[in-house]
Design a binder for this molecule. Structure first.
Ligand code: PMV
Length: 302
């Protein structure tokens, strides 16, 4: 059974598209997939299914993934364990698990990370237009990583476990639409957007120091500051701001949107016990779960 992780971007989303480093944490749930020989190339993800290049996004994505691998027709079944389309890298998790399953079916028992990511990126380009690659790399690698566009991931050695609470703050927005919206703002106000990116870059640098030193209080403050800068770029919503405020009132060390924004998920850093944040969110009707990113292990990809 091939596996992949979902991911939460801790800092640096959007700026990562323009070369700023981002920090992503692999979630302890994601996707699993199996592949087997078949006359037609088909993919099934839960209830949805598509044939390679049948015109649907799913079919085109699968066609691109198989072409990148150079694989003959096969049937792939994917099971996704995270909510799709809310900024947790569901699309990349599906692509990474599917690519691993196809490569394993072809006899490559431990597919190289680069091969898996290459195929997953072919899929991601169908869905996202101009993806930075952070989702595919974080999903394929797992653990906590620093990602720079064009350079890939570097695992971060955490001094302490990260206890995260992840909540769905509102209906998702399309990543493509959010990325294009920011590109238009950058065309109109390049200096203002560059100042925000510079700010995010220094938050990311400080966050790496906090992660390596186990300074969770400092890290939480940096998440809050990143949220402020993202809101200044019009990427937040009232629902996201409310979910962040509820998390902080319940004792979270910091909270922010994760992924494309405009809706979707919020991530909160807790002091080790996510229960009060999860209870606060549930009392307001939010779907949510906890995820632990373990310290001390430079995780090897599955
Ligand atoms: O919402 P997601 O999970 O697709 O994350 C998007 C992250 C962005 O930085 C906004 C876009 C990208 O390609 O990196």
């Amino acid at each position: 059974m091939a596996k992949s992780s979902g991911k939460a971007i801790l800092l640096g989303e959007h700026a990562v598209v323009y070369g700023v480093p981002a920090i992503a944490a692999g979630l302890d749930r994601g996707a699993t997939a199996v592949a087997m020989g078949a006359k037609e190339a088909t993919i099934r993800v839960g209830e949805r299914s598509g044939k390679a290049n049948d015109g649907s996004e799913l079919g085109r994505g699968f066609g691109a993934l198989l072409a990148a691998i150079g694989a003959p027709p096969c049937a792939v079944q994917v099971d996704l364990q995270i909510p799709p389309g809310v900024g947790l890298g569901g699309s990349a998790a599906i692509a990474v698990a599917a690519a691993r399953a196809v490569l394993e079916w072809q006899g490559d028992r431990v597919p190289a990370l680069e091969r898996v990511v290459d195929a997953a990126m072919a899929w991601e380009r169908v869905f996202h237009g101009n993806p930075s690659g952070v989702d595919a790399w974080a999903s394929a690698h797992g653990g906590c990583v620093k990602y720079v566009r064009g350079e890939g991931v570097k695992p971060l050695r955490l001094a302490r476990d990260l206890s995260l609470a992840v909540g769905v703050a509102g209906p998702p927005a399309s990543t493509r639409v959010m990325v294009e919206g920011l590109a238009r703002l950058r065309d109109r106000k390049p200096e203002m957007v560059q100042k925000s990116f510079d700010g995010i870059e220094s938050l990311v640098k400080n966050a790496i120091l906090c992660l390596e030193a186990g300074d969770l209080v400092g890290l939480g403050k940096l998440l809050d500051l990143n949220q402020m800068l993202l809101a200044g770029l019009f990427l937040s919503t009232e629902e996201i701001e409310r979910a962040c405020a509820w998390a902080r009132e319940a004792g979270a060390l910091g909270a922010k949107l994760t992924g494309a924004g405009g809706g979707g998920c919020v991530v909160a850093l807790t002091d080790g016990d996510p229960a009060p944040v999860l209870a606060a969110w549930r009392s307001h009707g939010l779907t949510c779960f906890e995820s632990v990113v373990e310290s001390g292990v430079e995780r090897k990809p599955e």
